[in-house]
Design a protein around this ligand. Structure first.
Ligand code: BGP
Length: 477
């Protein structure tokens, strides 16, 4: 539908940006923090910088919050590093870790910025990984519960918006890349047990939040990639639905309806998969009623029919940042992903598709009727400082303008969206590309090879975004 007026964002809409602890903080050996499984991810997988310094937010958080405030932020979505709170197996809380986050939260509150906190964004303490074999052993459920309860008690007086687990679906779909699978060979079966344990952790967090945080609200953060059928061939439509089920819908159904949907149960039966659901598990999940759904959305995908006798092809993400290095998966009998001729792509072959944002919000609203926030959305690029000492990022401005406009249209369509937090506030480590793939509204002067002065340089997109949000979504120029 075309509206007679520009989109109107509701009063009180929260505008901010997003980060995660291991990607932004640095200071990995400071304040009593011990190693996390993700610490070496970037260097190990592709030779980029690790997170020992990252954007050094650990030492610059006051300066960073000041920049957020100057831009007019009303929210900031970040995560708490589990190994800063429980650095070892002793069961003793690390006061220095509590102090760090408490101080960051105070700083935000003092500047009228709503803290939106994610409890788990890939940084499982190594001691938990060693003791419980990561997410494979049910022992992790109690350890996770202890961690989240501590966070609710320590920060719940000031933090009212919480997230359980970041992109559980992506961690399961890309277990190897995100460091949670222990054995690639058996992951096809193992992942459903791991996923079930994660669901139990999510459920515990939801229940504990409602118990311990007065007025606290909590939701999941699925990584969402809207999927279109390649054509009006009915088989392509079914393929798109299959892809949707296997990469995102079954998770969202579980969070909202608090039971596994029939599609995934039939899939397990057909493939002789036992997700190890024990007595009492589903009762626990049933109690975990979420308050909203947060969505990380960067791109869209397109699915096509894939015959049973097709040879299976695994998904290979483009890790080089040179266009043309992504291999779409083929899942025989289910779906294959293909190039969408209607959309552009970035250097990592990610589709640039603003309409997907409106489509996703409409889809999720239609299915679940829960308030939504955008917790990630952004434009990753190779960037450097220009001769004039500034960072000009017109492509990011275009990307954000187009995407936010579609958020506005979805709101006009009747969707309840409460907050928009693009990835990322400052440049920070990319999951697979270190500092080579930058997303920030603020440039961080450092590179994968050399640690420079870490100066904060607001990019052109920072100024543009600031004007837009100070007008509550009215100034688009
Ligand atoms: C999301 C993750 C973030 C972030 C982002 C961008 O899936 O939640 O942690 O990294 O993707 O991805 P990348 O850094 O690989 O470009």
């Amino acid at each position: 539908m075309k509206y007679k007026q520009e989109p109107i964002f509701p009063k009180g809409f929260m505008w901010g940006a997003s980060s995660s602890a291991w990607q932004v903080e640095g200071g990995v050996n400071e304040g009593g923090r011990t190693p996390a499984i993700i610490d070496l991810n970037s260097r190990k997988k592709a030779g980029y910088a690790d997170n020992s310094i990252a954007a050094d937010h650990y030492h610059h958080y006051k300066e960073d919050v000041k920049l957020m405030a100057e831009a007019g932020f009303s929210s900031y979505r970040f995560s708490i590093a589990w190994p800063r709170i429980y650095p070892d197996d002793s069961g003793k809380v690390n006061q220095e870790g509590i102090n760090f986050y408490s101080s960051l939260i105070n700083e935000l509150v003092a500047h009228d910025i709503e803290p939106i906190v994610t409890l788990y964004h890939y940084d499982m303490p190594v001691w938990v990984d060693e003791k419980y074999n990561g997410w494979y052993d049910r022992g992790i459920i109690e350890a996770f519960d202890q961690f989240v309860r501590t966070c609710f008690v320590e920060f719940g007086d000031r933090v009212k918006y919480w997230h359980s687990i970041n992109e559980q679906n992506m961690q399961i779909c890309y277990g190897d890349w995100l460091g949670i699978s222990k054995n690639v060979e058996t992951w096809f079966v193992d992942k459903w047990k791991v996923n079930h344990i994660m669901n139990l952790c999510h459920a515990k967090a939801v229940i504990a939040c409602h118990e311990l945080v007065e007025g606290g609200k909590i939701g999941p953060v699925p990584g969402y990639v809207p999927i279109y059928p390649y054509s009006c061939d009915p088989n392509d439509q079914i393929a798109a639905m299959n892809a949707e089920e296997m990469t995102e819908k079954m998770w969202n159904d579980l969070y909202v309806h608090r039971k596994y949907n029939t599609f995934i149960r039939r899939y397990w039966e057909e493939n002789n998969i036992d997700p190890d659901i024990r007595v009492g598990d589903m009762e626990l999940i049933e109690k975990a009623k979420i308050d909203f759904i947060s969505l990380n959305c960067y791109r869209s995908n397109t699915a096509k029919y894939c015959a049973e006798d097709t040879e299976e092809v695994p998904y290979q993400l483009n890790k080089s940042g040179v266009k043309g290095n992504l291999t779409f998966p083929k899942v025989p009998g289910m779906y294959q992903l293909v190039v969408n001729p209607y959309v552009e792509t970035n250097d990592w072959d990610w589709e640039i598709d603003p309409v997907a944002m409106r489509y996703m919000l409409r889809y999720v609203w239609n299915h679940y009727q829960l308030p939504m926030m955008i917790t990630e959305n952004g434009y990753g690029a190779h960037e450097s400082v220009s001769e004039d000492g500034k960072v000009h990022d017109p492509e990011r401005i275009k990307f954000l303008r187009d995407q936010i406009y579609q958020v506005g249209l979805a709101i006009m369509d009747g969707c309840e969206v409460i907050s928009y937090n693009p990835w990322s506030f400052t440049d920070l480590l990319s999951t697979g590309n270190g500092m080579s793939k930058r997303y920030g509204l603020v440039y961080i002067n450092t590179t994968d090879k050399d640690v420079l002065d870490l100066k904060r340089i607001p990019k052109d997109s920072y100024d543009w975004y600031s004007k837009l949000i100070k007008s509550n979504g009215k100034r688009w120029e």
